[in-house]
Write a protein that binds this ligand. Structure first.
Ligand code: NAG
Length: 323
């Protein structure tokens, strides 16, 4: 009997292990201090923000918001706004003019109500953001990119570089993500240098193909952008084949051969299988072959050869010289 009672007590104490099960009124564990968040509406480069509101209490508190003193029914607005599950915090994915206002959050259960500090969202013009956002002004500014990383298509052995800079108050912290994980957890790569605002990868190869994300955050929220490194290895391809030409004696002609490949293929021309020599032949900037002062013996087959380290391609035409 004594034994059973001990087990009962043990189970009962395990069940009540969570302190929150003791009835208590809501008490904030996360909320903003009173202040203003300045932002610029920018559709191309949206500014997200997290308005924090999280309380503990038993029973688990429910949350509601007011905006400018009226109940704020964010659900009926649009899908830019969501509430973190089980918490009151509101996440706005891209701040817009319609969000300007003063916000306050309430956490309540049957034992009481906790009322949060007020937080103002205020829109400002781009040229004033720097002035207003000086740390001494006391205003807070959600992070926004000043330099965004861009995807790169590189050839093998190229050096690639991503830049990422963000402004905000407090100053945003920059984190890099590689293939969905913090860069620190990525396999080591001695050719990759990580600087606070950039990543440099030297002599890229196919193993470097992947995704890099830059996340700039401060206590108001974060901005995120991800980009790709594509390492291309493309053998040459003739994209526009040369066409047969007829030329009159003593005239100049161009023979066109358009090629593509990565790295950029080198183009060479031959006449009846022999390399062209002499100053009557020129390769123009657009890779066309230019022959000046055509002679009768210039007639025959011309071939353009394109090559890079992944392969070769060629195409031929006939030049007919008329008197
Ligand atoms: C050949 O191409 C060059 C450069 O595009 C051009 O200036 C020149 O007129 C062309 N010559 C002929 C004969 O088409």
């Amino acid at each position: 009997m004594a034994m059973r009672f001990t087990i009962f007590l043990l189970l009962a104490s395990l069940c009540h292990f969570h302190a929150t099960e003791v009835p208590s009124p809501p008490e904030f564990i996360k909320q903003h201090h009173t202040g203003t968040i300045l932002f610029q509406e920018n559709l191309e480069n949206p500014t997200p923000v997290l308005l924090e509101c999280e309380a503990q209490g038993e029973p688990v508190p429910s949350y509601r918001w007011i905006k400018d003193g009226k109940p704020f029914d964010w659900q009926v607005l649009d899908n830019r706004i969501s509430q973190q599950p089980g918490r009151g915090s509101l996440h706005i994915t891209s701040l817009s003019k319609s969000d300007v206002g003063i916000y306050q959050c309430f956490a309540e259960n049957k034992l009481g109500v906790a009322t949060s500090n007020t937080i103002a969202l205020q829109e400002i013009e781009s040229d004033t953001i720097k002035k207003q956002a000086s740390p001494s002004s006391g205003n807070e500014v959600a992070p926004h990119f000043t330099v965004e990383p861009e995807s790169v298509n590189a050839a093998e052995d190229d050096t690639v570089e991503f830049h990422c800079e963000a402004a905000g108050v407090p100053e945003p912290h920059i984190e890099w993500i590689h293939n969905g994980k913090p860069l620190e957890e990525a396999p080591p790569n001695p050719r990759r240098k990580i600087n606070p605002n950039s990543i440099v990868i030297e002599k890229v190869n196919k193993d470097d193909i992947g995704n890099y994300g830059c996340k700039a955050s401060n206590n108001l929220g974060h901005v995120y952008k991800d980009v790709y490194v594509n390492v291309l290895a493309l053998p040459p391809e003739i994209t526009e084949a040369p066409r047969d030409v007829e030329a009159a004696n003593a005239k100049d002609i161009n023979i066109s051969c358009k090629v593509f490949g990565v790295p950029k293929p080198k183009v060479k021309w031959t006449h009846d299988g022999k390399e062209l020599t002499g100053d009557r032949y020129k390769i123009l900037e657009n890779e066309d072959l230019h022959i000046s002062n055509i002679q009768l013996q210039d007639g025959g087959e011309y071939t353009c050869h394109a090559d890079n380290k992944y392969g070769t391609a060629s195409a031929s035409i006939t030049l007919t010289v008329k008197d």
